[in-house]
Design a protein around this ligand. Sequence first.
Ligand code: NAD
Length: 272
Amino acid sequence: MSRTVNLLDGNTIPAIGFGVYQIPDDITERTVSQAIEFGYRRIDTAAIYGNEGGVGRAIHTTSVPRSELFVTTKLWNDEQGYDSTLRAFEKSLATLELDYVDMYLIHWPLAKERKFVDTFRAFQKLKADGLIRSIGVSNFTRAHLEELITETGEVPVVNQIELHPRLAQNEQRQFHASHGIVTEAWGPLGQGSTLTIPEIMDTASELGKTPAQVVLRWHLQRGTIAIPKSTTPQRIESNLDVFGFELSESRMAQIDALDNGDRLGADPDVMW
Ligand code: NAD
């Protein structure tokens, strides 16, 4: 199992990254620094998380070269539109104190506002200017993706969506695969809720792994990349240690069967 996944645009992305949603800015630097020490090479933040500054400070203080790190940030909803996207990106880049970001995502489609195509065109300009390396989206449904691809002629390389054993997103994953889009799971552990499911706990104790490692391994074996979040050093470290074991077909099938369509976050079809 490779630690990186190839993107359509020729770039590569580490399969497991570190998510920083709800980590206060003042502890983000320390937490991200720990994650980098433990071997994470990908950090997932967003303008709305209010901690791009802490992420940037951790990147500046680590001895790991910038070229070995993959930094993702996201454009927040009220900044959608061509000019406002360019301005919002400039602000994110300044807060991160970086020269470029590896991937920029449209955080939510906001389909009713009809701005995601213009927003995407601004992303294309940022890429042409060398300020972002890869263009992705988040929380896009199949219909949003179809419209985006038809209008712009370009396929976003990643779609970051809510995905965990209770929301396996099988149809959406198939659609992504048919277009070469990499599926990235947010809330990969179901924000902690999947870790007490008996089948997952059983598999974990059989294999001598944590429930989180089992769930993250399930993602990897399905070809999904993931960004688990934790502020506990031991958990941060063990969540990355998922490349040295395998789930059998029957264990995979048992976890696949846990899908009941339960969403923790907003439904992109009804949000705005
Ligand atoms: P998650 O599924 O990563 O779960 C995080 C929670 O699980 C933590 O608060 C912690 O309590 C628990 N946890 C983590 N590791 C554990 C372990 N080893 N043992 C026991 N408990 C453990 O949920 P998340 O933070 O919502 O999602 C991960 C990342 O996805 C975020 O940090 C953010 O970067 C991204 N995200 C994106 C969107 C979006 O709309 N694009 C939305 C939410 C989150």
